[in-house]
Design a protein around this ligand. Structure first.
Ligand code: BES
Ligand code: MN
Ligand code: ZN
Length: 487
C-alpha cells in the first residue's frame, strides 16, 4: 500500500528557519498579520516576505491560495510559500491550504508554519492527501520527504491529527485499488489484499464460486462466467459496537468491465479498471474503521467479478435467477453492476439484518451526464437517511446530490419474459439502475445507493488528489459512521 507521508508536529522554533532545506510554507491570514515566525523570515529575507504579503498579488488571493518566493536569499530553503488562510476558515479550506504544499512536495520535504491556527491538523491532513503518488514508472522517483508542521501546541494538535492518519490510510488504500490495472488486481489478488486486513482486527471471509452457487447467486455468477478469474464475495466485519445490528456497506467490484458480449467500444475502455471503485471505497472505509478502532458494528461486502466476452460468457437475452428468487432478463451484458449488487445486497440483508445499508458503485455513464464529476448521485428509500449521507458529504467537502426514485420508473424495467430486465433504455439511465437495485432491498431497511461513476476517477486533478482516483466516499462514510453510528 502507498504510505501517507510522515508528518511531525513540533513546537515553533524560529532558530530552525534559516537552515531548513526543502520548502517552507507559511500560513498568513487575509490581513497579512505577521507572527514571530513571519517576522524572523522577513528579517532573514531582508524584507522580501513583507513585500510579498503587502503586494497586490497577495491581496487578490482567495482563501487557500498561495504565492511563492523561489530560492529566497537568506534561506537554505528552495521556496517560501505564503498561504492565505483565515482563523475562521472552514474545514475544506484548511485541507485545501495544506494540499497546496502536498502538491509540490519534493524529496527534501517541507516545513509548515501553522502558528496557532485552529485547523492546523486539517492543514496537515490535506497535505498528506494531496501528496499521494502512484505509478509503475521503472525509474522510481524519490518518495516525498518528511514534513514538519510547527504549531503552538504540538501535543494537542498531534492528538487531534491521529484519527486523520487512519483516514488517510483508508483513502490511499482505495486509491491504490482503483489505480491497479486488471492484470494485477484480479479477483484473487483483490480478495488476498482484503484477507491481509485480518491483521488489523477485521474478520474477513471469502465466499468462493461453489458457495455462491449454493446460495443461489446466479445473477452475480452470470456476470463472471466469461472470465478466467473466479467470482467471489468478500465479507469484512468490524465489531466495535457491542451487539447492535450492523450498518452494511456493499460495493460493486468489477475488476474489469469490457461490457461482455455487449462489448464496449475500444476508445477509453482502459478506464474500466476503475469499475471496482465501489468495492474500493467499502474496503478503504473498513480499513479506516479498524485502524481507528471505531465504536460501531459495520459489515462490508464486495462482489468481485470480471466482465469478459468468451465462449462461456453470458449472452443478451439470457434469463437468470437471483438469490432473492426474482428472475432477470439480461438485455445488455454491459449493465452488469446491478446484477452483481442484486445478489450481494440480498445476501447482506438475509445474513446480517442490517440497521441500514449503503451500496457504492461505478454504476452508470448516465450519472456523469446528469451530475458531471462534481457530485455522486444519491438514491434511496428513506429521505432522512439519504439526507444524513448528503450532510456528511457536505461536511467533508465531497460532492453528493439526491436524485429521484419514484415507483413510476419501475415500468421502464418490466420484462415480457422475466420479473425484471436489466436495462431500461437511455432515458433516466441512472435512475432505472437504482430502481433495479431497489427491488432487492427490503422495505424496512433504510437504504442508499451511491452512484460514484463520475467522482471515483475524474478527468483531472482535484483539490485533494492528483489526477487519478480520488477515494471519494471514504471520508463521507467515515464521518457518517462517527456521527450517526458510534457512541
Ligand atoms: N461500469 C459502467 C458504468 C461506467 C461508465 C462507469 C463510465 C464509469 C465510467 C457500467 O457497467 C455500464 O457499462 N453501464 C452502462 C449501462 C447501460 C448498458 C444500460 C452505461 O452506463 O452505459
Ligand atoms: Mn458495464
Ligand atoms: Zn460496470
Amino acid at each position: 500500500m502507498t504510505d501517507p507521508v510522515a508528518i511531525q508536529f513540533r513546537e515553533t522554533d524560529i532558530e530552525a528557519l534559516a537552515g531548513r532545506e526543502g520548502r517552507i510554507a507559511l500560513i498568513v491570514n487575509s490581513e497579512g498579520k505577521m507572527g514571530p515566525e513571519a517576522r524572523r523570515l522577513n528579517k532573514l529575507t531582508r524584507g522580501a516576505l513583507a513585500r510579498a504579503i503587502g503586494s497586490e498579488a497577495f491581496t487578490k488571493l482567495k482563501p487557500a491560495e498561495s504565492i511563492e518566493l523561489g530560492w529566497p536569499g537568506g534561506l537554505a530553503a528552495e521556496a517560501l510559500q505564503i498561504i492565505k488562510l483565515d482563523r475562521k476558515a472552514c474545514l475544506a479550506e484548511a485541507r485545501k491550504a495544506g494540499a497546496l504544499v502536498g502538491k509540490v512536495l519534493g524529496e527534501k520535504g517541507a516545513l509548515v508554519l501553522a502558528g496557532n491556527h485552529p485547523l492546523s491538523c486539517q492543514v496537515a491532513f490535506g497535505l498528506a492527501l494531496r501528496a499521494y503518488r502512484f505509478d509503475y514508472h521503472s525509474e522510481a522517483k524519490p518518495a516525498p520527504g518528511p514534513v514538519v508542521v510547527m504549531v503552538a501546541n504540538p501535543e494537542k494538535t498531534a492528538a487531534r491529527a491521529a484519527p486523520h492518519a487512519a483516514l488517510a490510510e483508508g483513502v490511499f488504500f482505495t486509491r491504490d485499488l482503483v489505480n491497479e490495472p486488471a492484470n494485477i488486481l484480479t479477483t484473487d489478488d483483490f480478495a488476498a489484499r482484503l484477507a491481509a486486513m485480518q491483521e488489523l482486527g477485521l474478520e474477513v471471509e471469502i465466499l468462493e464460486e461453489d458457495e455462491l452457487k449454493k446460495l443461489g447467486m446466479r445473477a452475480l455468477l452470470g456476470v463472471g462466467q466469461g472470465s478466467e478469474s473466479p467470482s467471489k464475495v468478500v465479507v469484512m466485519r468490524w465489531n466495535g459496537g457491542g451487539d447492535e445490528a450492523p450498518l452494511a456497506l456493499v460495493g460493486k467490484g468489477v475488476v474489469f468491465d469490457t461490457g461482455g458480449i455487449s462489448i464496449k467500444p475500444a476508445g477509453g475502455m482502459e478506464e474500466m479498471t476503475m469499475d471496482m471503485g465501489g468495492a474500493g471505497v467499502v474496503s478503504g472505509v473498513m480499513r479506516t474503521l479498524a485502524l481507528r478502532k471505531a465504536k460501531a458494528n459495520v459489515v462490508g461486502l464486495v462482489g468481485l467479478v470480471e466482465n469478459m466476452p468468451d465462449g462461456r460468457a453470458q449472452r443478451p437475452g439470457d434469463i437468470v435467477k437471483s438469490m432473492k428468487g426474482d428472475t432477470i432478463e439480461v438485455i445488455n451484458t454491459d449493465a452488469e453492476g446491478r446484477l452483481v449488487l442484486a445478489d450481494v445486497l440480498w445476501y447482506a440483508q438475509e445474513r446480517f439484518a442490517p440497521r441500514a445499508m449503503i451500496n457504492l458503485a461505478t454504476l452508470t455513464g448516465a450519472i456523469i451526464i446528469a451530475l458531471g464529476h462534481e457530485n455522486a448521485g444519491l438514491f434511496g428509500n428513506d429521505e432522512g437517511f439519504v439526507g444524513q449521507i448528503a450532510e456528511a458529504a457536505r461536511a467533508e467537502g465531497e460532492g453528493a446530490w439526491p436524485m429521484p426514485l419514484q415507483p413510476a420508473y419501475d415500468t421502464l424495467i418490466k420484462s415480457r419474459l422475466a420479473d425484471i430486465k436489466n436495462t431500461g433504455g437511455r432515458p433516466a439511465g441512472s435512475i432505472t439502475a437504482a430502481a433495479f437495485l431497489k427491488r432487492f432491498v427490503k422495505d424496512e431497511v433504510p437504504w442508499c445507493h451511491i452512484d460514484i461513476a463520475g467522482v471515483a476517477l475524474p478527468p483531472g486533478e482535484t483539490a485533494l488528489a492528483p489526477k487519478g482516483p480520488t477515494g471519494w466516499g471514504v471520508m463521507t462514510l467515515d464521518r457518517l459512521i462517527r456521527d450517526k453510528f458510534e457512541g
